[in-house]
Design a protein around this ligand. Structure first.
Ligand SMILES: CC(C)(COP(=O)(O)OP(=O)(O)OC[C@H]1O[C@@H](n2cnc3c(N)ncnc32)[C@H](O)[C@@H]1OP(=O)(O)O)[C@@H](O)C(=O)NCCC(=O)NCCS
Length: 154
């Protein structure tokens, strides 16, 4: 992958800023998101992924070291009126590798990123189907303020 330096690494995976990676990873992230949430506007989804920036929103890809394939994605945004809280969305692990701890790794790297690079201390998100997953990794329900779905935070 040339000289792109991962933000964080585990034994088998590396966590990259999507905008620092070659185009192939944008395609792979678009595909794994489409595999989970079909889109009527694939070009629009690509544009959203292409907008990843250090200034946020930022997208990250979790890449397997041996296959060099993207197996996970997360998008991180700022929250209005709270500089220490960040909003996570489109958290997705490729279907073929779910249940192996990758979702936990993505959230743990993201939590570390907001602490180390954004001086943050809290991630908010909303979910319906993955409530059990987030509770399993330490997230708790918080009072809904501006979201209409279930809101979790750590
Ligand atoms: C939710 C998702 C990211 C979890 O990723 P994953 O890699 O399969 O999860 P992990 O293997 O890291 O699971 C971590 C823990 O949560 C548990 N867990 C995973 N999914 C769960 C669920 N839906 N309900 C309850 N517990 C769950 C695992 O059993 C594991 O527990 P353990 O450590 O005690 O064994 C993945 O299933 C996914 O991409 N789903 C579709 C998209 C989605 O719903 N995203 C979230 C909303 S934005």
């Amino acid at each position: 992958m040339g000289t792109v330096i991962p933000v964080y690494s585990s034994t088998d995976y590396q966590f990259f800023k999507l905008h620092e990676l070659p185009e192939k990873y944008l395609d792979e992230c678009a595909e794994l998101l489409s595999d989970e949430w079909s889109s009527k506007n694939p070009a629009g989804r690509r544009r959203i992924l292409q907008s990843s920036s250090n200034d946020l929103p930022i997208h990250f890809a979790l890449v397997e070291i041996t296959s060099r394939e993207a197996h996970g994605h997360i998008k991180l945004c700022r929250c209005l009126n709270n500089e220490y809280t960040f909003y996570a969305e489109s958290v997705c692990v490729a279907k073929k590798v779910r249940g192996r701890g990758l979702g936990r790794i993505i959230m743990s790297f993201t939590e570390r990123y907001i602490r180390e690079h954004l001086a943050g201390n809290r991630i908010c998100l909303q979910t319906l189907d993955a409530q059990g997953f987030y509770e399993n990794i330490g997230y708790k329900k918080c009072t809904p303020v501006q979201f209409t779905k279930l809101v979790l935070a750590t």
